[in-house]
Design a binder for this molecule. Structure first.
Ligand SMILES: [Ca+2]
Length: 633
């Protein structure tokens, strides 16, 4: 504790000296003390203000550890990332989750994704529970301007959208990627429509360029006050699309499908990173900005999936096995660069200590001087000590990652399936296969038989973890009648299916897949609700391919004929307040049934406060879910 206090003391001393030119140095008594959590700045002796550091987290999507030139990739060009690498503290044993949503949940909350409701990428399990406190909520409370630009993937409806979760300024696309079902219909990364602070707006240009332009506006507008910017790119996630000038240089060497575009997307974002950092310098705020670069999982396309001709370039994995959506090392070990000249976090130094996305929020709380809510159990630990020295204590002695539900979600979440326990150089995969990275970095030799004592130790760590998280793996609900989003726009992407994914991209919607499932909803206020059932979003302006429509909610079932040429089916019902499920059916003239992939629910009139409401509304629907066997404890 004493060591930590000394360390913080030195960081804040350095922070104070950054502003020495603009303000007198901090008093001796203020050194070593965290600035007040509810204030914006520390008061110096002469009455000047020493600003808290700004924070920018740049997170890219599906860029693996080997998808950077500075990590040894012989083909890819990333000059701006390489420059940041030479200037940063780099964590070389930093781990995330094997894919998008859970990494973002852990980053935002410092808690294991399984606890937060957001531990898969769709199917009603990619939504952050509103009871979670996010990084943005902490920064906002500490007086920061908070901005989120790009991909959220932690819930598209109130109360889980970025604007409901602490971000004051939001420019974003919905769902987990551009072209996914809940995204604005027709978006394809060029001249798209995104939502700015609750209103859709048409943009001109390429998606990544737009996110960075918006980032430059945000830092410019907030240069006088501490800001927290979460710049979360959709690139280089599929679909792999980029202006030709960026992919053309890779066409000859990178011959697998989408590879040249994938690399082009990275070089484009790299170019934009350089311009953003230049802007910070021009604004004279680069020194007092903690700039964090990380990615959210292993590479999705940085290595060839098929056999190429002898001698052909096959991509670069930095010696690791696996990629995105696997629990091999290449699925979850990713770059983490931290650069903050004002805090003396610079100089291109590596840190080998084991660390994880869970640890970033506690670390930023230390560096920026705000307290975390101690009543919420945390899974992350501050790595401020490790920032200072490669020999310092690591924030954790083990880390556990898991694809809950297994690859492609063909099974229920069960212990050990698609899991990895990390401790020292040991990796226990699926609870039974043991690898030692020290002499087997490619995880080719399962040596579980030779080290039963290590297997037992790592299984004991896992068992304790599973006991802790499994009872918390319950879904978040989407609010109906929340004034922050009325009507609520629900999408099939969030149907809570027992396994597999519901229709989740434009292509699957166009196929009118014959499947339906329940949305977990929370009726905020008892009252009269209007339900509008569609197969395509309103902006697509297409008629229903159906003759009959049906819905069920809170034990109420309604059915109606669909008129030929109708673009939607509308129901109006009285609902009690409380949690329940909503399921829809649209049946065509062949008797085939699918759901209303897009359903809007609008509170028309709230019931008078004295109106009686059921104390356990919709309980029958919850019991239905138990039949799926989803809640395995
Ligand atoms: Ca991802």
């Amino acid at each position: 504790m004493k060591l930590l206090s000394l360390l913080l003391s030195s960081i804040f001393y350095l922070l104070s000296s950054v502003h020495a030119a603009a303000a007198p140095p901090a008093t001796e008594s203020s050194q070593g003390k965290l600035p007040a959590a509810d204030g914006v700045s520390t008061q110096s002796e002469g009455g000047g203000q020493a600003l808290k550091p700004n924070v920018i987290i740049l997170i890219t999507d599906d860029q693996g550890y080997g998808d950077l030139a500075c990590h040894g990739n012989p083909v890819l060009k990333t000059p701006s990332l390489d420059k940041l690498h030479t200037e940063s503290i780099r964590f070389t044993n930093f781990h995330v989750s094997p894919f998008c949503t859970p990494t973002r949940a852990a980053l935002m909350t410092g808690r294991h994704p399984a606890r937060t409701g957001a531990f898969r990428t769709a199917s009603g399990r990619s939504t952050l529970k509103s009871t979670e406190l996010t990084m943005a909520e902490y920064f906002a409370k500490a007086g920061y301007a908070t901005g989120m630009i790009g991909k959220w993937h932690l819930g598209d409806n109130a109360p889980s959208r970025p604007m409901d979760q602490g971000f004051q300024h939001v420019v974003w696309h919905k769902a987990g990627g551009i072209g996914q079902a809940a995204d604005y219909w027709g978006n394809n990364q060029f001249d798209d429509t995104y939502e700015r602070n609750g209103t859709y707006e048409k943009f001109q240009g390429y998606a990544t360029d737009i996110w960075f332009t918006e980032a430059q506006h945000f830092v410019t507008q907030n240069k006088e006050k501490p800001f927290f910017l979460y710049l979360s790119l959709n690139a280089p996630h599929s679909p792999y699309k980029v202006p030709k000038k960026w992919s053309a240089p890779y066409k000859e060497k990178v011959t697998w499908k989408g590879g040249a575009e994938f690399y082009g997307m990275i070089t484009n974002l790299d170019h934009n990173l350089g311009e953003l950092r230049q802007k910070l310098s021009e604004l004279n705020i680069a020194d007092n900005t903690i700039f964090i670069f990380m990615t959210d999982n292993g590479s999705s396309n940085g290595t060839a999936r098929m056999v190429l001709e002898e001698g052909a370039y096959r991509g670069f994995s930095a010696g690791m096995k696996g990629m995105k959506s696997t629990v091999w090392e290449g699925g979850h070990r990713v770059p983490l660069f931290i650069h903050w000249p004002g805090g003396n976090l610079t100089g291109g130094q590596d840190r080998p200590q084991l660390s994880a996305h869970l640890d970033i929020l506690p670390t930023l709380a230390d560096l920026c001087g705000f307290a975390l809510d101690e009543s919420i159990p945390r899974d992350g630990n501050s790595f401020t000590k490790a920032l200072q020295s490669a020999e310092a204590e690591a924030p954790r002695d083990h880390y556990i990652t898991q694809l809950h539900g297994g690859p492609r979600f063909v099974s229920q979440p069960v212990p050990y399936l698609s899991s990895c326990v990390l401790k020292d150089s040991w990796r226990l995969v699926d609870g039974e296969n043991l690898y030692n990275l020290q002499d087997d970095p490619g995880q080719d030799r399962n040596i579980a038989d030779k080290h039963p004592e290590v297997v037992a130790e790592l299984r004991a760590i896992y068992d304790k973890h599973w006991q802790s998280i499994s009872s918390e793996m319950t879904p978040a609900s989407y609010d109906l009648g929340n004034p922050a989003e009325n009507p609520t726009h629900l999408c099939s992407q969030d149907w809570f299916l027992p396994q597999g994914n519901p229709p989740w991209n434009f292509g699957e919607i166009n196929q009118l897949k014959k499947i339906t499932g329940p949305w977990n909803v929370n009726v905020v206020k008892a009252g009269t609700y209007k339900f509008t059932l569609r197969q395509f979003p309103e902006v697509a302006d297409k008629p229903l391919v159906a003759i009959k429509a049906k819905l069920r909610i809170a034990g109420i079932e309604k059915e109606a004929a669909v008129k030929q040429g109708a673009k939607e089916a509308i129901f109006t019902l009285e609902l009690p307040a409380g949690k329940t499920t909503l399921t829809t059916w649209l049946t065509n003239d062949k008797g085939e049934t699918g759901g209303a992939y897009f359903t809007e629910v609008e509170l028309l009139n709230a019931a008078a406060p004295s109106a009686p409401t059921s104390s356990t509304p919709g309980r029958a629907d919850w019991l239905d879910q138990d039949k799926f066997g989803l809640f395995i404890h």
